[in-house]
Design a protein around this ligand. Structure first.
Ligand code: BGC
Length: 257
């Protein structure tokens, strides 16, 4: 198969829906084989896999909770066992929980940090160890958020996780550069995905948000997938240590209502 990712294998975490699903399909349309990771919803992951295959790539399904180290290791192992290699890792799985700072529970803190940050950390470690041993280059792309940099009141756990992801990316760009492994973040703004379902159903909240977005609309998962493709492709070979904001200008124009 031809395409900008022909012959490559990519793991995309949280690819049963939203941004992860769009990235998996876009990569497949460019010739990649994709590992579709899901935690609970096999039906959604199957939808991603069948759309990826219809787009022209190969897809396998692996159930893995990224906050579990054995699961992250298994994701990498399955890529090698079933697809023979693993060139690209997209750390996309993420959640958010809203609570005033003084109400945050230890359980909620652990859930958000474990999925958003610890998951990306140890999955990247498992991915990199195999590349290091095989002396192969690689690409790490994290789905971060505008909130790696911008405040988000009542989402302190989410901000802590995404701020951590920003510095993890910067650190790894330096540590992994000599192995020819690039590491970058994509920082989406308000994208029409399940994470925003509640907000989108609240007319006044939605209008207030749209008023803050210079391009005047929410983003689509495909808007994000295009940037992920760039970072995964040959065109992105010399890019490492950067965050790409895909937010319609939101981060330059945010006002609390
Ligand atoms: C969050 C969304 C929020 C958006 C813009 C994203 O990272 O997941 O809930 O609407 O940032 O603030």
């Amino acid at each position: 198969m031809s395409g900008r990712l022909a012959g490559k294998v990519a793991i995309v975490t949280g690819s049963g829906s939203g941004i992860g699903q769009a990235i998996a399909i876009r990569f497949a349309s460019e010739g990649a084989s994709v590992v579709v990771d899901y935690r609970n919803h096999l039906d959604q992951a199957q939808e991603t896999a069948s759309k990826a295959e219809a787009a022209g790539g190969k897809a396998i399904l692996v159930k893995a909770d990224v906050s579990n180290l054995a699961d992250t290791q298994n994701l990498v192992d399955q890529a090698y066992a079933q697809l023979g290699r693993c060139d690209i890792l997209v750390n996309n799985a993420g959640i958010e929980k809203s609570a005033a700072f003084w109400d945050v529970t230890e359980a909620d803190y652990d859930t958000v940090l474990d999925i958003n940050l610890k998951g990306a950390f140890f999955l990247t470690q498992a991915f990199v160890r195999r590349l290091r041993d095989a002396k192969q280059p690689g690409r790490v792309i994290n789905t971060s958020s505008v909130h790696e940099d911008m405040v988000f009141p009542n989402f302190s756990t989410y901000c802590a996780s995404k701020g951590g992801m920003r510095m993890l990316m910067r650190d790894l760009a330096v540590e992994l550069g000599p192995l020819n492994i690039t590491v970058n973040n994509i920082a989406p703004g308000a994208i029409a995905t399940p994470i925003n379902t509640k907000m989108m159903a609240n007319k006044s909240q939605l209008e207030a948000l749209l008023a803050n977005i210079p391009l005047g609309r929410m983003g689509t998962p495909e808007d994000v997938a295009g940037v992920a493709l760039f970072l995964a492709s040959d065109d992105g070979a010399y890019v490492t240590g950067s965050t790409y904001f895909v937010d319609g200008g939101l981060i330059r124009n945010y006002h609390e209502q």
